[in-house]
Design a protein around this ligand. Structure first.
Ligand SMILES: [Mn+2]
Length: 328
């Protein structure tokens, strides 16, 4: 991500008086942290900001400043500028994504290997930990000092997407940005408690079910768990309650790929993929219509669960073989 791109983005954003900011469906801490942090920063400059999210804010993220101001309906007339955050493609915004392209200007700010360009101005750094980190850099370029509220939003996004500063996307720049947000008023202990120690009983039970029903392939190099729709209703869990389960699967020593499959009410299967680095799971997900990073990716495939699982295992093997062939 070049300073020139950041300057160009700041210039375009500074000109706008009315802005709509959106993030992806099934929002996580980075989607909402980057959205809400940027919204507060631009409001501080006198802009009028609409915070848009197609899906509701999960309860554990309702502490983020401004979370209660997110609307799920697009206004009849779009503002001159639309900013889309934490999305590797415009369609991640939800069913209304094509309408957003009607705005005079669309900027997409992200930290994924970017998907197709739909005519928007793209500000993406695949080496950044999170969209929140990229927003932090944008605010620096715009010379906007973060308030404690802005710092809290961005810090939460960075903490979650970096795996509490433990994933391979954590760099010295990540930690410096995080430190500057703590200087600005973010509270590491309070934020970690909100993100990681506010689970419902149903979430913990769902985790227990997923871990006690895990399966393995290829001498344990691939581990998976597949949660049928019926388990959600029996436990009283929501689909957002699967957040974090995949990290427990990945924690098993000597695995190469961990997969979490969850059946939706419509009979589709949502797939989360994690890799220890030997298999590029972004390529696996992309082959099945999804996307993400080399070590963390996802896709949605048709059900039923056993067929989806076999398809994913085959795709992982194929990708592993392709990479082995390349190395020879
Ligand atoms: Mn993110």
């Amino acid at each position: 991500l070049s300073p020139k791109t950041l300057r160009e983005a700041s210039r375009r954003i500074e000109l706008a008086r009315r802005v709509l900011i959106a993030a992806h469906i099934q929002p996580d801490a980075d989607a909402l942290g980057s959205l809400l942090g940027l919204a507060l920063a631009l409001e501080g400059r006198g802009a009028r900001v609409i915070r848009y999210g197609a899906d509701p804010v999960p309860p554990y993220l309702q502490f983020l400043p401004g979370a209660n101001r997110i609307v799920s309906q697009l206004p009849p007339r779009l503002p001159e500028l639309v900013i889309v955050l934490d999305c590797d493609g415009m369609d991640r915004v939800g069913p209304q994504w094509e309408r957003l392209l009607a705005a005079r200007e669309v900027i997409r700010l992200d930290h994924h290997v970017t998907g197709e360009d739909r005519g928007e101005f793209i500000v993406a750094d695949p080496a950044a930990s999170s969209a929140s980190e990229v927003v932090g850099r944008l605010l620096r370029a715009m010379k906007i000092p973060p308030t404690p509220e802005i710092a809290t939003c961005l810090y939460a996004g960075m903490l979650m997407d970096s795996g509490r500063f433990g994933y391979s996307n954590t760099t010295a720049a990540t930690l410096r940005m995080a430190a500057s947000l703590v200087d600005a008023g973010a509270d590491p202990w309070r934020t970690a408690r909100r993100l990681y120690e506010a689970k419902t009983e149903a979430q913990v039970r769902l985790l227990g079910w997923a871990l006690s029903h895990l399966g393995r392939e290829d001498e344990g190099r691939i581990v998976w768990s597949a949660v049928p729709q019926g388990v959600f209703s029996r436990i009283g869990a929501q689909k957002a309650d699967t957040e974090g389960i995949i990290d427990h699967l990945r924690a098993i020593q000597d695995i190469e790929v961990a997969m979490l499959l969850t059946e939706t009410a419509e009979g589709q299967v949502r797939v989360s993929l994690r890799s220890r680095g030997t298999v590029d799971v972004a390529a696996v997900a992309a082959a099945l219509g999804g996307g993400g990073h080399a070590q963390a990716a996802g896709c949605t495939v048709p059900g039923p669960l056993p067929a989806a699982r076999r398809r994913l295992v085959a795709a992982v093997r194929q990708q592993r073989d392709a990479q082995t062939a390349l190395r020879r």
